[in-house]
Ligand binder design. Structure first.
Ligand code: ADE
Length: 237
């Protein structure tokens, strides 16, 4: 639900997510809140009571747009309002959303939306990080992207969604493709060995080292053996 449906639709109809939608693995629909404007000027915003900068999206168009969605689905869906005041989006929240049959994303613009309609329809307040954007459209696209790639069949093999950053609270190991030598840099020998168990062991170690170095805050949530904890300590300051 947005005042800028083209921005969202154009951004999501390319590449992996666009192909998945074309294949019918998922469906992304935009609802233009302006279509539910209730006055003859089709205005959807007004000045905030009490004064202050900017305009606010009014309650009624948002509510009518939501009602249309609820009628279409036939039950009350989960409604995510994108806001810097929300809880921070994460891979685990993406997984949770991927299990929903329907997910409604509500995008505010200008200075936000009249609080009263938020109280009535919003189930989740979600932020994509501690910075302020001009509207909820980009955050909504971020969420649709992160959730869609977890839908079975969207990635080429379901394995690729398994071994990646934030899986088990570890960052992904480094990867290499041809050529074997590039700018005098050689692909780590072990990856050419064909020895799968050793490769897996090396990759796990690399994940731990990377996480310890780049995101030590994640390590406390990762399940490490005693040996792995020693390895992690070796690079932590
Ligand atoms: N709207 C504006 N800024 C935002 C952010 N950081 N996350 C979610 N929604 C937003």
């Amino acid at each position: 639900m947005t005042l800028f449906p083209d921005m969202v639709a154009d951004g999501l109809n390319t590449s992996i997510i666009g192909r998945a939608a074309a294949k019918g693995l998922l469906s992304i629909e935009t609802v233009n809140i302006r279509d539910y404007a209730f006055n003859k000027h089709s205005s959807v915003d007004d000045y905030p009571y009490g004064g202050g900068a900017g305009m606010l999206m009014q309650a009624e168009p948002v509510y009518q747009a939501y009602k249309a969605v609820e009628d279409k689905i036939g039950r009350k869906p989960r409604v995510v309002y994108l806001s810097p005041q929300g809880k921070c989006f994460s891979q685990s929240l993406a997984k949770e959303y991927a299990r929903e049959d329907e997910l409604v994303l509500l995008c505010g613009h200008y200075e936000g939306i009249d609080e009263r309609v938020l109280e009535e329809i919003v189930t989740d307040y979600v932020s994509i990080g501690d910075y302020v954007l001009t509207g909820g459209e980009l955050p909504a696209m971020v969420i649709v992207d992160a959730v869609s790639r977890l839908v079975p069949g969207v990635l080429h093999n379901d394995i690729s969604a398994e071994f990646e950053s934030f899986q088990e609270n570890l960052l992904e190991y480094p990867q290499y493709s041809r050529p074997e030598v590039w700018h005098d840099k050689k692909v780590p020998e072990i990856l050419l060995s064909g020895h799968h168990a050793n490769i897996e062991k090396w990759r796990r170690e690399q994940s731990i080292l990377r996480t310890a170095l780049l995101r030590p805050d994640l390590l406390s949530k990762a399940e490490l053996t005693e040996k792995e904890k020693v390895l992690a300590k070796s690079v932590q300051v």
